[in-house]
Design a protein around this ligand. Structure first.
Ligand code: BTN
Length: 327
């Protein structure tokens, strides 16, 4: 335990283990090696930040529920990871978490640094588009990784984002599928978009920023008109509100597990998950409004394999994919 968040996360973790019940202040202070006055100050600050902890006079503290907002101490109290979440920064408002994460990465932040925002004023999407990022509804976060791989294999690192979100949603019973290169779809609608940005130095990837936007509690009528018919959210799919803090912890835990496999050079399972939960394979597609054919798989480098209409096979390294009706 070192920083403020770590200590606060420890308090929250302990309170969450006995959710709704009073945990002795004396015991908590002793576990942390701080005075009861110092403990009270920490708890008061968390209450000010919107975490519903109740003080019970002369007894201790009780956590009433896990807050929805993905505050650092809340998410850290739910995490048990080795790399992802090594540092965690929450912003109530920021222009773009990818912009901040890239800057931190250039300044040498540790790998596994996570930047999260409650709202983005200039959320960035792929191909220069904007990402709709209203306050308090969805998840917007970026993770800095420093994989020791050649830029040729960068897709292995970037596919972690969609795979982790897909896994976390499937664990909640949502039929999520990965749409190459990095989107997550449910019932033909986009629920998550990923913007990966890498910086290379010679033959090595210096760092990669995985930028993830998940539509969580937003209702269909709140989407801008141009995406209303093609986007969905966890709320729309399940009819229930989902706690963003818990969902984020699940996604980051999944990412941590997959990243550790990747670092060992074990990508077989990653590709196998990707193939099993794929939205495009077997479908007729159009790439960038020109190439038409059937998506048949991905290469070990992450390119999409397409059987073109004349029967030839080609690979696509990047592009915008539209689904076509089977003829
Ligand atoms: C897409 O176009 O599908 C990608 C959208 C990626 C959005 C996320 S939200 C968090 C991170 N910060 C950004 O500015 N963009 C990504």
């Amino acid at each position: 335990m070192s920083g403020r968040e770590d200590r606060d996360a420890f308090i929250l973790r302990r309170l969450a283990e006995s959710m709704g019940e009073v945990v002795s202040g004396e015991e908590l202070a002793a576990l942390l090696g701080i005075s009861r006055v110092a403990l009270k100050k920490r708890v008061d600050r968390m209450v000010e930040r919107g975490i519903p902890i109740e003080a019970v006079e002369r007894k201790g503290y009780r956590l009433l529920e896990i807050p929805d907002t993905p505050l650092e101490e809340v998410v850290l109290s739910l995490l048990d990871t080795e790399v992802v979440g090594s540092r965690f920064i929450f912003y109530p408002v920021v222009d773009s978490t990818n912009r901040v994460a890239r800057e931190l990465a250039r300044e040498g932040c540790p790998e596994g640094t996570v930047v999260v925002a409650d709202k983005q004023t200039a959320g960035r999407g792929r191909l220069g588009r904007r990402w709709f990022s209203p306050e308090g509804r969805n998840l917007y976060f970026s993770v800095v990784l420093r994989p020791r791989i050649s830029p040729t294999y960068l897709y292995h690192a970037t596919m972690l984002a969609a795979v982790s979100v897909c896994e976390a949603l499937r664990n909640r019973g949502i039929d999520a599928l990965i749409k190459w290169p990095n989107d997550v779809y449910v019932r033909g609608r986009k629920i998550c978009g990923v913007l990966n940005e890498a910086e290379l130095s010679g033959s090595r990837a210096e760092f990669v920023v995985l930028g993830v936007g998940v539509n969580v509690n937003i209702e269909s009528g709140e989407f801008p008109p141009d995406v209303r018919d093609i986007a969905t959210s966890l709320f729309e799919e399940t009819g229930e509100r989902h706690k963003r803090s818990e969902l984020l912890a699940e996604i980051l835990s999944s990412m941590d597990r997959w990243y550790k496999k990747l670092r060992r050079g074990d990508v077989w399972e990653l590709f196998s998950f990707w193939r099993r939960n794929n939205y495009l394979i077997g479908r007729r597609i159009e790439v960038d409004g020109r190439l038409k054919g059937d998506a048949v798989g991905i290469t070990p480098l992450g390119e999409l394999i397409v059987r073109v209409e004349d029967g030839s096979i080609t690979t696509v390294a990047a592009g915008d994919i539209k689904l076509l009706e089977k003829t």
